[in-house]
Design a protein around this ligand. Structure first.
Ligand code: F6R
Length: 232
């Protein structure tokens, strides 16, 4: 049986207040290593954290993913996103992201996976893609995967094109924590907001665990909270 705890909160302000409380409780309970995500879903949460008294200076952060081949100063790089949304105001003792500019991306993925094995994630924040991806683990990714290089699907590149001047400028590859890397986190908070996420959420709540919808793996995790505004 699944240990998924689903909280449906229709009002988005209230939903993000609750998300913030869950993060705050984790900090207060002594969580030290936080897995972080980028993307639109996280903006209202990071806004609340920026404006809070939470202190991460004794904590480390580890991000899920980064584009390959995008300069760290490009505003859509995930390192730039994290600095702007969180790290400038809420610095961590150390913040880790895959280096999307590494000359050898595969070696960089291996380095990152090694780091993740050394450092237990106490808390992992997750969004979910319309196709059920978590991190950049697209449908079909092995549940045994560690950090690896992915070719981004057309649908993911299209979904992210809104942040770039044109579709051509959306990177074609990324480095992402794998499904196995994510599943090692002790606690997971998944936020799924908006109609576009209905298919993925429905699959998580109703379908069998299947590699064709990566988010369904969370049914096998012992400590997951799902926050959503969707009634399923
Ligand atoms: C981001 C990430 C992605 C996003 C997902 C949802 O670091 O790993 O899996 O969480 O693509 O994106 P948004 O929140 O923009 O809908």
């Amino acid at each position: 049986k699944t240990a998924l705890e689903v909280e449906t909160i229709e009002n988005l302000e209230a939903l993000y207040d609750r998300a913030f409380m869950i993060v705050k409780e984790a900090v207060e309970a002594g969580s030290k290593n936080f897995g972080l995500a980028t993307g639109g879903t996280m903006l209202p949460l990071y806004d609340r954290i920026r404006n809070s008294k939470l202190d991460f200076t004794k904590c480390q952060s580890v991000n899920l993913d980064e584009y390959v081949g995008l300069s760290k100063t490009h505003p859509e790089s995930y390192i730039a996103f994290m600095k702007q949304q969180l790290f400038h105001e809420k610095p961590f003792k150390k913040s880790n992201l895959p280096d999307g500019e590494a000359i050898d991306p595969s070696a960089e993925a291996a380095r990152y996976e090694e780091l993740l094995k050394q450092l237990t994630l106490d808390f992992q924040l997750l969004g979910v893609g319309e196709n059920g991806h978590i991190g950049f683990n697209e449908p079909g990714t092995s549940f045994d995967s560690g950090t690896h290089i992915v070719k981004l699907s057309d649908s993911t590149r299209l979904a992210n094109a809104r942040f770039f001047p044109s579709l051509d400028e959306v990177p074609t590859e990324a480095i992402t924590m794998g499904i196995a890397s994510i599943m090692r986190a002790k606690q997971i908070l998944l936020i799924a907001v908006g109609e576009k996420k209905r298919m993925a959420l429905e699959a998580l709540l109703k379908d069998e665990v299947t590699e064709s919808i990566p988010v369904t793996i969370l049914k096998n995790h012992p400590n997951v909270i799902v926050l959503t505004d969707l009634a399923i």
